[in-house]
Design a protein around this ligand. Structure first.
Ligand SMILES: [Zn+2]
Length: 272
């Protein structure tokens, strides 16, 4: 686990196994906020141990935030038995449909014995902690229940998996909201951008790159001729996912027919 201090009150914990993932902690005036809980109670125990050693948690109350319902961001929730765990309002429904399935499927990745614990405080558009100068806000994108956190004092923006290098993974057909979310991020005067799985971003290039890609998906035209093999592979997975999510009536839509053709081209290119 790598630990980096960010600004005056942020601490970024980066885990590397089984894949690079960030847990972002903000020591506010009144509360300590823990953004995402990685793969289980053992991961959270090591975060907590460090915070205690630095005397950085107490006497503040701890508040947990889940950026979205993917397993690699919520399995450590069970370490916290009495704390408030906040998330966006659509979390509940998504959690109900997939949490159990993901635990069965990816169970080998759990760090310590995981029991599924869902958030106990859901918000609609935003939740503001004035004394701490921390705001959580709805930011649908990678998933419908995605949400983000902005530390107004330190200007650190935590966006979960809505931003990812080289492209984000698509789990939601609402490209319009995704584009709006990325444009909203660009309107923030942030100094640090923290994503779920990348290194800290100090400029806007990764968001702009992701925005270009999403605008392509929104319009149905993604030019992948200059993509690297890695980018092509992610795009291929995204097209597969998108085509699995559309309804029968949408199958005749020009955009999705184009995606179907692109998928065949990509698959043959990648198999060479
Ligand atoms: Zn993730």
């Amino acid at each position: 686990m790598e630990i980096q201090e960010i600004g005056k009150r942020g601490i970024l914990f980066t885990f590397s196994e089984p894949y690079r993932t960030n847990v972002f902690v903000i020591i506010g005036k009144k509360h300590t906020f823990i953004c995402d809980t990685f793969l289980g109670p053992e991961s959270m125990e090591s975060v907590f141990k460090h915070l205690k050693e630095q005397k950085k948690v107490f006497p503040r109350k701890v508040i947990i935030f889940n950026s979205h319902a993917d397993y690699d961001h919520i399995w450590g929730n069970c370490f916290f038995t009495e704390q408030i765990i906040i998330a966006q309002e659509h979390f509940e429904k998504v959690f109900r449909t997939k949490a159990e399935k993901e635990l069965n499927k990816y169970g080998k990745h759990q760090k310590g014995k995981v029991s599924l614990v869902k958030p106990n405080l859901l918000f609609h558009s935003k939740l503001f902690f004035p004394e701490d100068q921390i705001v959580f806000f709805s930011s649908p994108g990678h998933t419908a229940e995605s949400a983000s956190c902005f530390d107004i004092q330190d200007k650190a923006l935590f966006v979960g998996d809505n931003v990812e290098y080289p492209f984000p993974y698509i789990n939601n057909l609402d490209f319009e909201s995704y584009v709006d979310t990325l444009e909203k991020y660009l309107s923030f005067d942030y100094r640090w951008l923290i994503t779920g799985h990348d290194e800290i971003q100090k400029d806007r290039s990764l968001i702009k790159r992701n925005l270009d890609y999403l605008q392509g998906l929104k319009s149905g035209k993604v030019d992948f001729s200059k993509f690297t093999p890695e980018e092509k592979e992610i795009h291929r997975m995204n097209l597969q996912k998108i085509l699995s999510l559309i309804s029968d009536s949408e199958k005749s839509d020009n955009k999705y027919q184009k995606f179907q053709k692109d998928l065949l081209i990509l698959t043959s290119q990648l198999e060479k």
